[in-house]
Write a protein that binds this ligand. Structure first.
Ligand code: SER
Ligand code: ZN
Length: 507
């Protein structure tokens, strides 16, 4: 590792009065003492190799080693000068700044292609003499203190390792499969429901549901209430549906799913005066001036609900949860979730706006795992005995890693996501068609209790788990296998759904 930094220490006043002393300060106090502190015997620390006073700045070149990196040496200098000239001369240190910083090293793996990390602090990044040369620029004190240098180097490393994102298809392991069911219907539920006027597409992936599909989805929810939430004593909560971006920064959804969110902005100025030109424009043209509207909005302050459970963990930030209050078991169905699926949109099974019951639990490890088993048992009962589905369970990339774009997932079987998939006859044969993931179940271990720093009062780890029940997806899985005629539906389901509402007719 070779480091060379050019920058300065800026003082509150002109310091040319130090002219006669500065050489001695640099050579006797800084290079031989300050920059040797903490450096193992016989190893190189850091060294100021050039210095020059210029008005209220001390211009510097610092060379360093892994034992004292020049940017850390610069932080040391700030404290040093605050003491050294602050007390006697009443001169303060106003700033430290790195203008140019070159770091050359042998990366753990040779980059195959050009590596690029696009942040304003990187001036140049290239291979030189078989090593990597990183030239940084314009780092101020807060950038240095917030470890931008280290983070830039680890980001470069991440890119060189070029770990491909491991998609779901690359990690899929069948856990269990139901017996085959007789195929009663092989039509596309979305198309058939549209033909009957049960649903209408209002925008890409966004649908209006008339009384019949609404009843079907509420019935799914009722089944979940009767056979899962009530027997297992889960309590309802209302989780926020507009999620502050900070929440996603903690989960890694930001940046991992940055391209899939629906973002939320609000008016920059509330006063109607500020909006008058927009009002006028619309009244005169009958059109909405999008560019003008954009100017009046803030940058996104949040996004629409995505994974549903994250704001719940945030509730526990830096708290201790009494041991005997655990396990905590809740569910939320207070609003819709949103995902921009780009080209992947087709039927209701893959929509932008969807309805989901999110079931969340937390406890000590053993409790979290026990609840998982109880839920599994309940789901099996529902899918086998009430909905009578042909379905299977598969072991997949945990959702919180998939959505954060992370690649190093645990191999431990205690932690992770199980997908529940249903066979959709309209998509083709069982073997060659894609089954529909209609829900998942996850034990996340301490992922979220670590992100929000909470433990039990006896300082034990809190494990969390969640399972998302997609109502549209349950409905599609059910209809795709059973069709649209109530007489064909399983008896237990018919008892709960009751007499269907009438269709809304239009000509
Ligand atoms: N939070 C989980 C997910 O987003 C379950 O709903 O997949
Ligand atoms: Zn969840």
């Amino acid at each position: 590792l070779k480091f060379r930094l050019k920058g300065y220490v800026e003082f509150s006043k002109d310091i040319t009065l130090l002219e006669s002393k500065i050489d001695a300060i640099v050579t006797k106090e800084i290079n031989t003492l300050l920059f040797k502190r903490g450096v193992p015997k016989g190893k190189k620390g850091a060294k100021i190799t050039r210095w020059r006073l210029k008005g209220n700045k001390l211009m510097l070149t610092i060379e360093g080693s892994r034992y004292l990196r020049p940017h850390d040496a610069l932080l040391r200098l700030r404290t040093f000068f605050t003491e050294r000239v602050g007390k006697n001369l009443k001169i303060g240190v106003r700033a430290i700044f790195i203008k140019d910083y070159s770091i050359q090293y042998l990366p753990s793996k040779k980059p195959e292609d050009k590596v690029e990390v696009r942040v304003p602090w990187i001036k140049e990044l290239r291979v030189k003499d078989n090593e990597l040369l990183v030239k940084l620029q314009n780092l101020d004190a807060s950038a240095i203190q917030n470890r931008y240098v280290e983070r830039i180097l680890s980001r470069i490393n991440e890119k060189i390792q070029a770990k491909e994102y491991i998609g779901k298809s690359e990690r899929w392991e069948l856990l269990w499969q139901s017996p085959k069911k007789e195929i009663a219907w092989d039509k596309d539920p979305t198309e058939e429901m549209e033909k009957r006027g049960w649903i209408k597409r209002i925008a890409a992936g966004e649908w209006l549901h008339t009384p019949i599909p609404a009843r079907l989805m509420r019935t799914m929810q009722e089944i979940v209430r009767l056979y899962l939430l009530e027997p297992l004593e889960f309590e309802e909560v209302f989780l926020p549906k507009m999620v502050p971006l900070e929440v996603w920064l903690r989960t890694g959804h930001m940046p991992g799913s940055a391209n899939v969110f629906y973002y939320v902005s609000r008016a920059k100025k509330w006063s109607l005066n500020e909006w008058e030109d927009l009002f006028d424009y619309i009244k005169v043209t009958g059109q909405i001036p999008s560019e003008l509207l954009k100017e009046k909005l803030t940058a996104p302050i949040g996004g629409m609900c995505f994974a549903q459970c994250p704001p719940f963990y945030w509730f526990f930030e830096k708290k201790l949860v009494p041991d005997d209050e655990l396990p905590i078991k809740v569910w939320d169905s207070s609003g819709t979730s949103y995902r921009w699926e780009a080209g992947g949109l087709k039927g209701l099974e893959r929509d932008t706006e969807f309805h989901r019951i999110e079931v969340i639990w937390m406890g000590k490890k053993a409790q979290a795992l026990e609840i998982k088993d109880q839920l599994m048992e309940r789901y099996e009962y529902i899918f086998n005995n009430i909905l009578d589905l042909e379905w299977r369970k598969a072991w997949v990339v945990p959702w919180y890693m998939e959505q954060a774009g992370e690649t190093d997932f645990e191999e431990k079987k205690e932690i992770g996501t199980v997908d529940f998939e249903a066979y959709l006859p309209f998509r083709g044969s069982r073997e060659n068609s894609e089954w529909l993931e209609f829900q998942n179940l996850t034990v996340a271990g301490t992922k979220f209790s670590e992100a929000w720093k909470f433990k039990t009062t006896s300082l034990r780890e809190v494990w969390t788990g969640c399972t998302g029940i997609g109502l549209e997806r349950w409905m599609i899985a059910f209809i795709a296998q059973k069709g649209l005629e109530p007489e064909e539906w399983p008896t237990k389901f018919r008892e709960i759904v009751g007499k269907l509402p009438r269709e809304i007719k239009t000509i």
